[in-house]
Every structure is written in C-alpha cells, then in structure tokens.
Design a protein around this ligand. Structure first.
Ligand SMILES: NC(=O)c1ccc[n+]([C@@H]2O[C@H](COP(=O)([O-])OP(=O)(O)OC[C@H]3O[C@@H](n4cnc5c(N)ncnc54)[C@H](O)[C@@H]3O)[C@@H](O)[C@H]2O)c1
Length: 321
C-alpha cells in the first residue's frame, strides 16, 4: 500500500467533495478534483479558489492559504485520468447507490491497484458499496461532516476485507489535515447521523405534540445540552451529571413514554455496580481520582465560560423571515 498518502483525487466536486478537496489541499496534499465532465470540475475549482480567498480575508483560514490551495488544488482531467496517479481517491458524488456504484467501478478500473478508495457516503453501509470496487481490501467509508473545511470529525467504516494498514494510512492523512478519525461499525447512518436524526425525530414529535415551538426547541438545545456538546459526548455528560441521577430520570421517562425510553441496561448495570460517575470516581468514561475530577471540572467551567464569550461575540445566527 502507498503509505503515507500524498496525492489525493476527490471525485464529485460538489458541496462536500469541494470542501474535502480544499481542506486537504490546504493541509499540503496534492489534490485533484473531478466531476461529471471537465467543465464541471473546472467550475468547482473556480468556486473553491474564490471561497478560499474569502475564508482567508475573513480570517477563517490562516494568511497564505489562498496561495497554498492554488498551488495544491487542480482540475481539468476526466475521472479516468484524475484517479490514475492518486494514492487516495475519495468519492463524494450523489447519495444514490446506483450513481455511487457506477463511479466506484470507474475509479477501481482506472486507479492504481494499490490506491486507497474512500466513500463519503452519509448513510449507505459500506458492504452495499463493496461489490462495485475491485480490490475491496483498499476500500472504506471516510465520512467527512458538513461544512468540511471547518468540522474536524470524520467517521471511518471498514468493510469486511479492508486491510488495517489502509485504515491506518487514512487516519494518518486525517491527522495531518488536523482531523479526528473515529472508526465505527458498518451500519446504516453510522453514529453521527443515527444520533442526529433521532434528535430531530424527537424534536419533531415535541413540536407536533404542541410541547414547544420549532424556535423554542432550537433555543433550548443551543443554550443547554447543545452548549456542552463541543466539549463532551453523552457518556461524559452522564458521568458528570451522575449515573444514579440519570437512572432515576429514565424511570420517569419510561413511565411516561414506555419501553422506548426505559433505563438502558448499560446504565442499570453501572449503577448496580456502584458506578455513579465522576462524583464517586467511577464513570462510564473511566475512573476519576480527586485530582482528575478537579481538573475536569476546571476544564468544563473554562470551556463553558469561553463558549459564552464566543456566542456573545458572534451574536445570534441570522434567521429566515
Ligand atoms: N451535504 C451534506 O451535508 C453531507 C454531509 C456529509 C456527507 N455527505 C455526502 O457527500 C456526498 C456528496 O454530497 P454533496 O452534499 O456534496 O452533494 P452535491 O450534490 O453538492 O455534490 C455531488 C457532486 O457529485 C457530482 N456527480 C454526480 N454524479 C457524478 C458522476 N457520475 N461522476 C462524477 N461526479 C458526479 C455532481 O455533479 C456534484 O457536483 C453524498 O454521498 C452525501 O451523502 C453530504
């Protein structure tokens, strides 16, 4: 396998493919973009070069970014030509299995046999795309999040045949691009979208039941638990709140909403095992002595205080009419 990756081709120069290509070019990789035809690729390149100038002017990208991206990002070849010399090819075309199959077949045919192939699919299980790839040991999901230039997390999903060194090479690429890759199992929606869509589904039910308006739901999410999510995931938050407290709250939910919201076994077992979270040093995310607990609380307070400063500085997000 070609490790480490230096030449990248992104197929699909739309919203996500463009953002991925731009981010990797900025990180120093040599990147080509290819879309349905050369004209579409060149149009994508033009848009990305305008955008990088704007990002630099607004201080969102460091000084000199435009020059770096101009030097490293190119377009103007067919998909067949653009993938021929790449170490890593990321597919970012429409989320339509037939379209992805056709594009992955072309990539497989024209890429080097040792090139790694990733797909940016949001929801399609990797095993449903594997049949389109020649050499499934070099194929995996590499799911960037929107907007790709600014969101650091990337979900990775290996297929049954994906070689560990392929995953390692992609993790290395992501780390060099300042991203955090997390590998998850091959299920529809993976982790990010499964959680995000469940939140939206419950939020929708809340609005439909007349519990709160769309605006008030968004306000509550932003200003309460959403405020924490940039720093802590749900397990870390539960540890800080108290696992015993959470278990009791689930009882109320189960009584009101039935088994759908019953106390999860993981939580019941933890509490039965005497694990109450950071307050008694035994959490779902680890063991905490006095020193670690104090450091965590100090970090949390600083993080939330700074988050408050940032939100005051930015002011409210622009709204639709
Ligand atoms: N938009 C998001 O928020 C988001 C987030 C994460 C992942 N994704 C995933 O990223 C992928 C791309 O989504 P997007 O939002 O960038 O879509 P998009 O519509 O902006 O871009 C898709 C691009 O693919 C190109 N394309 C279509 N068929 C092609 C073909 N046969 N050959 C070459 N190029 C072709 C289109 O011309 C277009 O430029 C999808 O799999 C999507 O699920 C999207």
């Amino acid at each position: 396998m070609s490790i480490p990756i230096s030449r990248v081709t992104v197929v699909g120069a739309g919203y996500m493919g463009g953002g991925i290509a731009q981010s990797l070019a900025l990180a120093g990789f040599t990147v080509q973009i290819a879309d349905v035809d050369v004209a579409a690729s060149l149009k994508g390149l033009e848009r990305l070069l305008t955008e990088v100038q704007e990002f630099e002017a607004e201080g969102l990208y460091p000084p000199g970014s435009t020059e770096v991206v101009k030097k490293n990002l190119t377009a103007g070849k067919t998909i067949e030509e653009a993938v021929a010399d790449a170490d890593f090819i990321e597919e970012a075309v429409f989320e339509v299995p037939e379209v992805k199959h056709a594009v992955l077949r072309t990539i497989s045919e024209f890429a080097r046999p040792d090139a790694i192939i990733g797909t940016n699919t949001s929801t399609i299980p990797v095993h449903e795309l594997v049949p389109a790839v020649t050499g499934p040991e070099r194929f995996l999901t590499v799911h960037f999040s929107n907007p790709a230039p600014f969101i650091p997390g990337v979900e990775l999903v290996a297929g049954e045949a994906t070689k560990p060194e392929v995953i390692a090479a992609v993790k290395d690429l992501l780390a060099r691009a300042g991203r955090q890759g997390a590998q998850v199992a091959d299920t529809p929606g993976m982790v990010l979208n499964r959680l995000q869509y469940v939140l939206l589904k419950e939020a929708t039910a809340i609005v439909e039941e007349g519990v709160a308006t769309v605006e008030d739901v968004d306000t509550i999410v932003r200003t309460t638990f959403g405020f924490r999510l940039g720093f802590f995931g749900p397990f870390a938050i539960a540890d800080q709140a108290g696992l015993d407290v959470y278990a009791n709250c689930f009882t109320t939910f189960e009584n009101a909403y039935g088994p759908r919201l019953a106390t999860p076994k993981l939580l019941t077992d933890a509490v039965a095992d005497g694990r109450k979270g950071t307050k008694n040093g035994k959490g779902l995310t680890g063991e905490f002595d006095e020193e670690t607990r104090a450091a965590l609380i100090a970090y949390r307070n600083k993080a939330y205080s700074r988050m408050g400063d940032l939100l005051r500085e930015l002011g409210p997000a622009p709204k639709g009419a």
